[in-house]
Design a protein around this ligand. Sequence first.
Ligand SMILES: Nc1ncnc2c1ncn2[C@@H]1O[C@H](COP(=O)(O)OP(=O)(O)OP(=O)(O)O)[C@@H](O)[C@H]1O
Length: 635
Amino acid sequence: MTARETFSFQTEGKQLLDLMIHSVYSNREIFLRELISNASDALDKLRVAALTDEKLSPLFADAHIRIALDGTRRLLSVEDNGIGMNRDDLIAYLGTIAKSGTKEFIQSLAERREALTAELIGQFGVGFYSSFMVADSVEVLTRKAGDEAAWLWTSSGDGTYSLEEASREGCGTTVTLHLKSPEKDEEGPAGPDFTDRWTIGSIVRKYSDFVAYPIRMETETFDDEGKVSGTEDKVLNSMKAIWARPESEVSDEEYREFYAHVSRDGTDPLRRIVYSAEGVTSFRALLYLPAKAPLDLFLREGERGIHLYVKRVFIMQDCKELIPEYLRFLRGVVDSEDLPLNLSREILQQDRQIAVIRRSLTRKVLDELKRFRDGDREGYLSFWKEFGKVLKEGIFADERNRESLLSLALFCTTEREWITLDEYLASMKPEQKALYHLSGGALEGLRRSPHIEAFRERGYEVLLLDDPVDDFWIDVVDGYGEKPFKSVAKGTADLEEKPEEKAEAEEREKAFAPLLEALSKSLGEEVASVRLSKRLRASLACLVGETHSMTPQMEQLFRSMGQPVPKLKRVLEVNGAHPVLERLRNRFEKDGSLGDYPELLLGQAILAEGGKLADPARFSRLVADLLVRDLDDRR
Ligand SMILES: Nc1ncnc2c1ncn2[C@@H]1O[C@H](COP(=O)(O)OP(=O)(O)OP(=O)(O)O)[C@@H](O)[C@H]1O
């Protein structure tokens, strides 16, 4: 036997424990749900391991979870005969927080010294550590399936834990909580008594009724006269797969609890999708739209939450193949009637039936989202604000459902907030030829951009695409509702002109030609060319891309990813009707000089679109020189 060793929790583990111990969280009973979920996961893991390892298969017998209570010593234990943990597992799983996102989140909470509220707890799975909300100390006695050695992990939540070799009959894990005494407990003697059988029974039924393994608890038996005659193990949960029951027979409460179980999210979901497909491929699905985006939504290794079952038997967690990447925020289960039980991750990728399930689920989810959009716009908007960015990835990636996804998207425009493309089309001017849009930067900047001036003047609404992902899909989509998409910051503005405007523009073109050529020459490699603008009204200058060129934001993104990108050259458009241009032309015609104006015009156009100057110090010097000259002139 090895001696007892003491370890420190990893920093974030300490911080999480600290938050758990010192926060008053009204819903502390969820610690039991967390322990039961872990036990149920451990049984799932053993069952799956036993499928491929013959030595383990006899171990998966009489799979169960057992709760034991001792009121005198204030003990509560949750025991399972699942996969168990070895020494390394204990250090890796109970000494560290492995989940990406959670770590950063805890750190930022601890730095801000923010109290752990139900809302915050909801944003990450509280897991095993939640035991410390109700216990002074916790013991974990565990033995990994296939191992002889067992281990005892103990901690009082004070920043350290200890490990020592121990013995345990059979594989599995027993988590024993030394419950806080009522005097030390924040809720005092009036709080729930977690050693009371009735209390525990109702907590189990409330949160864990559908757990697929029996949750047993020793219960007193009574003789005919009502006297305690002994004890026996009673099963507390119904074990009914919630998705296999008709929707009308399941209460909202049960659906909510199941969501908490599969998602480990403490916030109620926004909506559920219950789906049953019959035919060549039969399956049932119970999916949820979470209310809040998880912390790892944009991390490559983030969790993808659909669990796969075959004929009510758990097969695997986070089955990525069941839904497209852009629906990765969905949580829930899919239960197939036809797939084999011994599915491996490799087989999954090529399985034809999985592909059929994915197509059918995608269609169903998109239909449900349309219903959501039409039936509860406010709710849908809150969904869109959390997950719209992810759905928009689908516009790019899923050609088959592109039209549907476009119809689901909400946009802010120069005139309105959060409208659909159909709403945009419905209020379009009759002569308007395209769905105009502008991308790059934050909404406020876009709203003030010089590029939109002529469009606004004509009453054309411009879609403001402020998500970086917009630059990707907008390039692959031809149009919507038979109208093309057109950037107001690319190509020449093809706004129709009245005959007198046309004549005036031609006149101006001629008059400005020599100046434009000289400006273009002076700016050299900085711009593709300099031309008179049809889109500017009040502003002096702006930069526009070629019709199919990258936006500056995309250029920056590719560069930051280390990809070689040719330098983007854009056209400098100047406003011929602006007094500065008029005066510059006079000066140029008089003595052929341009002074610092080419650089000033270019810098000014970059600043107006919220861009970054290559040499801000130099630009600021040029402006200062200009100010001196102006002030000198006034002396
Ligand atoms: N009863 C158990 N049997 C085997 N392993 C367990 C058991 N309880 C916990 N573990 C291991 O410890 C890990 C950490 O558990 P914890 O409850 O903190 O987080 P989690 O279950 O992974 O995530 P969540 O935050 O979603 O609860 C688990 O992932 C699992 O590997």
